[in-house]
Design a protein around this ligand. Structure first.
Ligand SMILES: Nc1ncnc2c1ncn2[C@@H]1O[C@H](COP(=O)(O)OP(=O)(O)OP(=O)(O)O)[C@@H](O)[C@H]1O
Length: 245
């Protein structure tokens, strides 16, 4: 499989504190990599560093072999790397449409309108609410809007930060069904940060485990679908009570 993104020896510091160190991972074209770990393990920091939202203290990031380590966040969006933050961070007082427009800020008007129609064609739940302020949407609809806003940029790699947070299981399933439809159409690749083990294993090709700012290990998701293997991996990498099994 062709490699899309490679991260090598990534280190991020917040002031004097090292948040993550020695992080390495590879995402293949159309692939999904899951990143599992407890609160504070450093998962969001890895996504933010890849997206250019926090500075990299050390390490390299390559996109199709090209070194993109020092590109800023705007340049990375143009290159197709788009981050969907934890907690959605849509703009509550702007309408659904206006929030989508923000995601396509760098596009010409015609492309933006075309993308908007595509996004609303996928997320039909919010299509009828285009003029509503975003705060009126339910949690699941807000998550769809956050992902839709990211899709406006036409990403090749979506960095999804805990999309299941605060959502009922049925809604989580709906959000992921939509994402599957997008992936089938566009060949989108993803890095998925989660605390929900089952969900991550179901949608990922490979899963990385993090603790204390370090990568503890990597497993093929297919290996983890057996209940015994799942329990063994949780015990080995995560510890009881740290993730939703
Ligand atoms: N802006 C910041 N300034 C200082 N320290 C930070 C900042 N953001 C995160 N940290 C620290 O870096 C470490 C990793 O945080 P990060 O948010 O990446 O973890 P996480 O695995 O995504 O956690 P969660 O699942 O709770 O979102 C934590 O110790 C956190 O307190």
């Amino acid at each position: 499989m062709t490699e899309l993104l490679r991260v090598e020896g990534l280190e991020v510091r917040y002031g004097a504190a090292t948040a993550v160190r020695g992080i390495g991972l590879v995402v293949t074209q159309r692939g999904t990599v899951g990143l599992l770990g407890a609160n504070g393990a450093g998962k969001s920091t890895v996504l933010k560093a890849i997206a250019g939202l926090v500075p990299k203290y050390a390490g390299r990031v390559l996109l199709e072999g090209e070194d993109i380590t020092v590109r800023d966040a705007r340049a990375l969006v143009r290159a197709g790397i788009v981050y969907v933050p934890e907690g959605r961070e849509i703009v509550p007082n702007l309408s659904v449409d206006e929030n989508l427009t923000l995601g396509g800020f760098h596009l010409d008007g015609a492309t933006r309108r075309r993308r908007r129609d595509t996004v609303l064609g996928i997320f039909t739940e919010i299509a009828g609410r285009a003029a509503s302020p975003a705060w009126r949407l339910s949690g699941g609809e807000q998550q769809m809007l956050a992902i839709g806003r990211a899709l406006m940029a036409g990403p090749r790699l979506l960095l999804l930060d805990e999309p299941s947070l605060g959502l009922a299981p049925l809604l989580v399933r709906r959000v992921f069904e939509k994402l599957e439809a997008v992936r089938a159409e566009t060949g989108l690749a993803m890095i998925l940060v989660e605390q929900n083990f089952r969900l991550t294993v179901r949608v990922s090709d490979a899963v990385h485990f993090m603790r204390g700012g370090r990568m503890l290990g990597r497993r093929e998701a297919a290996e983890l679908r057996e209940p015994a293997a799942m329990e063994e991996a949780i015990a080995a990498y995560l510890g009881a009570g740290e993730v939703v099994a």
